[in-house]
Each structure stands twice: as C-alpha cells, then as structure tokens.
Design a binder for this molecule. Sequence first.
Ligand code: HEM
Length: 416
Amino acid sequence: MQWVDNRLPLPRLVYGAIGGGYPVPRNLNYWWNFGVLAGAALAVQIITGVVLAMHYAANGAVAFDSVEHIMRDVNGGWFLRYAHANGASMFFIVVYIHIFRGLYYGSYKPPREMVWLLGVVIFLLMMATAFMGYVLPWGQMSFWGAQVITGFFSAIPLVGENIRIWLLGGYAPDNAALNRFFSLHYLLPFVIAGVIILHIWALHIPGSNNPEGVDVKGEQDTVPFHPYYTAKDGWGMGVFFLIFALLVFFAPNMLGHPDNYIPANPLSTPAHIVPEWYFWPFYAILRSFTADFILPAKLWGVLAMFGSILILFFLPWLDRSPVRSAKYRPAYRIAFWVLVVDVLLLGYVGGSEATPKFLILGQITAAYYFAHFLIIVPIISRIEKTRPLPNSITEAVLAKHDGHGATRDGAAVPAE
Ligand code: HEM
C-alpha cells in the first residue's frame, strides 16, 4: 500500500475520507447513517441500470416490449428491473430522511452551507433523473406523465410552447423524446456521483455536525471513522438491504401504478394521471392553483412547485438562530414536526384525486409549507429562547450516562 501511495496517493485519500484518518464526532446517532445509505442506493441504481440498458430498446415501437422481454426472457431480468424500480423508491426514502435529519439538527447552518446547497443540487438532479427513467418503459403513465410534466413549460408566456416542442423534439412525447430521455437518464446519475464527491469534500472541511449541534473541541470529542462508523454504517446497510429485499421479492409492484403495464396510447388518456409517490407533495403544490390572478393559474402552479424546492437554497440565511440542534430549540422543534406532518399531508393530497375536499387541504398545506420557510422559521430564529448548550460533545455524552456509573466505553463517569 505504501508503494502505491508513494506513486499515486489514493490510499491516503481513502484513509483520510473513510478510514482511521477521519475523526468523527463520537455521538452520531442512526440518522447519520442515511448519507452513506443514499450513496449505496445510487450505486445500486447505476449497477442495475447499466445492465438493464444492455437489453432495453429506446424506440417507441419496441420500448414497452423490450421491458417485457427483460422481465420474461433475460436471465435474472425481472430481478434487475424490480431492483431498479424499487431502488428508486428506496433512494428517495433515504434522501428524504437525510434531508429532514439536516433540518432537525441544523446541518444547513454555518459552516456547512455549501454541503447543504450541493445537497439541494443533487436533489434536483435526482428528480430529473427519476422522471426521465419513468418514461422509458413507455406505458400509459410513462407517456401521460411526460405529457403533463413537459406541459409545464408551455405555461411560460410567449415562448413556452416553443420550448416544450424543442424539449420533446416534437409536438407530443414520441421517439425523439424517448431517445433523449434515455440518453440523459443514463448520463445524469454520473453527474450526481460527481456532485456527491463535491458534497462530501465540502463536508470534510468542517467535519460532520452532530446531535448536540456543538463544535468538536479536541480529540476526546471524536472517534476515528474506521472502525466505529464503518461498523455502524455496515449495520444500517444490512437493515436497508433487508427492507429493499422485502420490496423486491414480496411486493415489487406495490409502489408502482398498474396503468404502466398498459402500452402507451396517445389516443387514450388515463382517468387519473399520477406521478410516482416521491413526487406527490410537489404535485399537490402544482395543483393548488385553480384561479388566474395576474398570471395564469397554471403558471402559478409551476412557479410554486419549483419554488418549493428552490426555497431550500435560501434556508441557511432564512434561519438566523446560532443554535443548530432542535434539541435545544423548543419552538423550532415544534415547527419541525408540524412541517413533517404538513409534507406527509401534501403527499397524501398529491396522490389522491383532485376532489374539492382534497383541493382545499392541498391549498392549506401548500400555503403552510411556504409559511414555514418564509415566515415561521425566520421569526422563531429571532425570538426563540433556546436551552443552554452543553460545553462539549463529551460533556453531553457523559451527562447522558450519568447515574449508570460508566460510559459506553467503560470509562468511569466523573463525580459531579
Ligand atoms: C444522492 C444523494 C446524497 C448522497 C449520496 C449524500 C451523501 C452524504 C454523506 C455520505 C454525508 C455524510 C454522512 C451523513 O451525515 O449522513 C452527507 C452529509 C450531509 N448531506 Fe448529503 N447526500 C445526498 C443528498 C443530500 C441532500 C439532497 C441534501 C439536502 C438537501 C443533503 C445534505 C447534507 C448535509 C447538510 C450533510 C451534513 C450532515 C451533518 O454533518 O450533519 N444531502 N451526505
């Protein structure tokens, strides 16, 4: 290894990134597993995707049949396809938890703003990739999903329709659209992998945040990444693949829509066009605008939908509180949990039919979503009375174990 390192310092890089050379706060809880799990999910998508691409045909006349050929004729093809389709869901579950972990513990705050901003870029790229991937099997939902989503662009005044035709390479989704979506769907995961490298690079400058949200003060507050967090992440990985396997082997179509097993038909619109579950909250925001007000309702919907993600870019500056962890921010903690419920409700509305009842619920929850970031968090961050922070991570860890006589690693607890 020394011989390689002298000629190409790759071993040094690995040792410094995930080896014994990377000191990590000693108190990270299981919510800190999700970054590594997101990386694992991306790896699964790339590996299964590259092999699927060997058998898939991006041509409107045969795309649907080529997927059925993968399911029936290709050795292990059903497994590859189910792993890839459910892998996308697993990826989004993990990343949503990863984002909410950051929101709860204030990981977007200084000095980790760049880690957060790059995370939002990754999230946008993930959404684009997932959308284009869903078009590829060329079923009814693929076709009509593409029709609806590219239809957003025609909401742009004057040039919108031209942009849409340019993006699709035609007046409706067809061969040209399918080909370019396939090309970009293959490309973007590698762009995501590149941005992840930047994401982790930016993280390694200040190092990881932690559940207490206080800075590391000296060696006693950290442990080496290996073996402590390689072991903890390894355990999390086991649970992740167990749940993933349950989906793939026992409920592979649970999260999909049955209409996508009907070949795309431009002459037959499905009764309800719904995107995949991970887009539901955004779909609910899009549908919340029903009346024209200065701008057409459709344009408001599109602006609000993109705005709901873009707003995340400004979060580090909207939340001015110097205290990171919600553990020490009683008011913010309540706002956080209300936001969780709000986003779950938005998801429920986005996946349901647009009846008047759901429309109103969608409008209220969409308005609250924006109020959380633009009004509630800025105000709380100025007036909230935070709880006193521990002096150090070690102090917090020891306090937690006080009364039991010993800390986790067996060291005696200093008497108070
Ligand atoms: C493919 C997607 C992603 C991958 C592979 C990834 C990977 C990672 C890894 C390995 C870590 C360090 C371990 C951890 O803290 O969990 C991390 C930390 C972090 N990530 Fe991500 N991430 C992704 C997406 C995102 C997104 C979408 C956001 C936010 C919008 C985000 C925000 C953060 C933040 C703020 C941290 C620092 C956490 C802390 O130290 O408390 N990440 N990420």
